[in-house]
Design a protein around this ligand. Structure first.
Ligand code: MN
Length: 283
């Protein structure tokens, strides 16, 4: 039986604001609960920016009902929100932001990165919240390179950084509202590594760079591999030095109602979100 159920090729990059040329590798409306709790995965793949005094990015916008997880591989971002929170996210750092009942924020290249220019390589995931947590207090988890556990793979196959969940009994750094694994995986050329999966969960492998082979099939960057829900193990052969993001999670099995930056369970809750936003309740 095939361990890969389906492949999605993202071959079009669109700009988010003026800062983030993004390949949508997990189209929100395509699979619905088949990717739950993951909603959106946008990848800005090693884009070169020239030096500038202008901090590119996206201006003030709201979110409600889910979490944004920003993983920076190269470059540096800066973040401001309506509650006065301010921080930067640099190389190998992760910001896990729970929008909960509502947050307004700006996301830009950091001043230093804008001025120096260079490579921006990053992912932003949208992770859905279970209905009981959608109106929870907003919170931030700033995961630095040192507090993300790094597991070295046997036979110099590479390494796994455990952003959330667990890998080989090593716990991830982020607290989550539902069970999930978020793994930053780097495989060396010729590595062969088997990953275990919970067959009750939705699981995906995102190929960010390099070249891998599974069951004799080659996969390339910007491809999303949906793992067959009955598969408990997937063996990945790296044909080049490769960077993967492996996501798996217990499906929420709740209705999804979404419009723009709001992800709720019902259309009434979406209308309430617009009402609250328009009446300044997010500020
Ligand atoms: Mn945002």
């Amino acid at each position: 039986m095939n361990t890969i159920q389906r492949v999605y090729q993202s071959d079009r990059s669109t700009w988010v604001g003026d800062g983030f040329p993004t390949n949508s590798m997990l189209p929100m409306h395509e699979m619905g609960n088949q990717t739950s709790p993951f909603l959106v995965m946008g990848y800005t793949g090693a884009y070169q920016f020239s030096p500038s005094n202008h901090q590119r990015g996206v201006g003030l916008h709201p979110h409600r009902g889910f979490e944004t997880v920003t993983i920076v591989y190269e470059g540096e971002l800066e973040h401001f929100d309506s509650k006065g929170n301010h921080g930067s996210i640099g190389k190998d750092e992760v910001q896990w932001m729970t929008a909960g009942r509502g947050i307004m924020h700006e996301e830009h290249h950091s001043k230093d990165f804008a001025q120096s220019g260079g490579t921006l390589d990053m992912v932003q995931l949208w992770v859905n919240l279970p209905s009981h947590a959608k109106m929870s207090d907003p919170r931030y988890q700033e995961l630095t390179a040192t507090n993300i556990a790094e597991v070295k793979l046997a036979n110099e196959a590479g390494l796994v950084r455990v952003i959330a969940g667990e890998f080989e009994h090593i716990q991830g750094a982020a607290k989550t509202f539902s069970p999930m694994n978020v793994l930053d995986v780097r495989l060396n050329t010729d590595a062969k590594q088997t990953f275990s999966f919970n067959p009750q969960w939705n699981s995906m492998i995102f190929v960010l760079s390099g070249s891998i082979e599974i069951d004799g099939q080659d996969y390339a960057p910007m491809q999303t591999l949906y793992i067959n829900q009955t598969a408990t193990e997937v063996t990945i052969q790296a044909n080049a030095s490769s960077k993967l993001l492996i996501l798996s999670g217990e499906p929420l099995n709740e209705p999804i109602a979404t419009h723009g930056p709001f992800v709720m369970n019902t259309n009434e809750e979406i209308q309430q979100a617009f009402y609250d936003f328009q009446h300044g309740h997010f500020a």
